[in-house]
Ligand binder design. Structure first.
Ligand code: THU
Length: 131
């Protein structure tokens, strides 16, 4: 799957967003090496801190379906003028399962930037750190 196609899925997933508090819809699409894609959206909560981001929704869908490795890329699409880079908590969660992940951050007009997770979370703490 092309980067453009993965970003298109993330953009589309914004429609599923539940964001009555921030009104900031985010969609995500997580690509596996066999071509499987897990999608997600942000799901907010009246207890604001319980909100879950779109990319974490996608990741947790994958893990809960038994997929814990082989992740290639994640596309994240916000609705702002700026590229939607993952928050710190999501960087850490993604790093656990995919330290070599490619991150595609999209903005409202569909343009996106590509970066590696290791660039976004250098010297990260992960499973290897506990050895
Ligand atoms: N959000 C995401 O879903 N992913 C990100 O990478 C950044 C932030 C969500 C969380 C919250 O529902 C809304 O965007 C505003 O912060």
């Amino acid at each position: 799957m092309t980067n453009e196609a993965l970003v298109a899925l993330a953009l589309e997933m914004r429609q599923r967003s539940y964001a009555p508090y921030s009104h900031f819809a985010v969609g995500a699409a997580l690509l596996c090496d066999d071509g499987t894609v897990f999608t997600g959206c942000n799901v907010e909560n009246a207890a604001y801190g319980s909100t879950i981001c779109a990319e974490r929704t996608a990741l947790l869908k994958a893990v809960s379906e038994g997929r814990t490795s082989g992740f290639q890329a994640v596309a994240i699409a916000g609705q702002g003028e700026d590229f939607c880079w993952p928050c710190g908590a999501c960087r850490q969660m993604l790093y656990e399962f995919a330290p070599d992940l490619t991150v595609l951050a999209a903005r409202n007009d569909g343009q996106f930037r590509v970066c590696s997770l290791s660039q976004l979370l250098p010297k990260g703490f992960g499973p290897h750190s506990l050895k």
